[in-house]
Design a protein around this ligand. Structure first.
Ligand code: ITT
Length: 219
């Protein structure tokens, strides 16, 4: 089966190909000559995900899917959320986004008097965060959505070279053992340290896209 992945983010395409394997042949808008990007004017992940998928469906008239993903940090009341791509100003500047994230968390910690107790469990709890993905599939004119969540915490100590976006500062609660079972992430490894294979098995995007793949099998 061929589907267009309505994204301009090459990292996501690579991940989606790794996640969906041979089940789905993923094409990109760029490969089909469409380089125009749709403005993400929605205020929720659901809205933006639908907007991106609709744009491709209208322009190319092909079955497609899109995802909108975001990082939700508890101490920032769920920010950056739907604005994750442009949190540091210019869209897709991963370094600027991480700097804005750590700066805003530091400010909140200071405002709330938590900074002095930085290493206590209570403060670590305030750094709880999650990645959320909403994927929208448009197939045969029918629209379906799928969601995936990855729970974890933000770390101030960037680590790792893999992945993209906020991966160097996101520590998932659970990782995979060599046998493939979910185990506590006791070494506090960031997603960027885990490697693509592990990320593709535990990530928010992986959960949403696996749910989509399961649905596609029922058609
Ligand atoms: P498209 O809209 O073209 O698909 P995008 O990069 O704008 O690409 P999103 O709006 O879905 O994609 O994602 C918003 C931002 O959230 C993204 O730019 C990253 O900074 C961050 N993000 C999303 N998924 C992530 C992941 O798996 N790991 C780390 N950061 C991620």
């Amino acid at each position: 089966m061929k589907l267009v992945f309505a994204t301009q983010n090459a990292h996501k395409v690579e991940e989606a190909r790794g996640i969906l394997g041979a089940d789905v042949e993923i094409l990109t808008p760029a490969e089909l000559g469409l380089t125009e990007d749709v403005e993400e004017t929605g205020t929720t992940l659901e809205e933006n995900s639908l907007l991106k998928a609709n744009f491709i469906r209208e322009r190319l008239g092909i079955d497609c899917f899109a995802d909108d993903s975001g990082l939700e940090v508890d101490i920032l009341n769920g920010a950056p959320g739907v604005y994750s791509a442009r949190y540091g100003g210019e869209a897709h500047n991963f370094e600027a986004n991480i700097r804005a994230l750590l700066k805003n968390i530091s400010l909140r910690l200071m405002e709330s008097g938590f900074a002095r107790q930085y290493k206590t469990e209570k403060v670590k709890d305030t750094l709880k965060a999650r990645f959320r993905t909403v994927a929208t599939l448009i197939i045969g004119g029918e629209v379906k959505t799928f969601e995936g969540v990855l729970e974890g915490r933000i770390t101030f100590f960037r680590a790792g070279e893999g992945g993209f976006g906020y991966d160097p500062v996101f520590v998932p609660d659970e990782i995979l053992s060599p046998e493939g079972a979910l185990i506590p992430n006791s070494e506090r490894l960031t997603i960027a340290q885990l490697g693509t294979d592990v990320k593709n098995q535990i990530s928010h995007r992986s959960k949403a896209l696996h749910a989509m793949a399961a649905y596609l099998k029922t058609l």
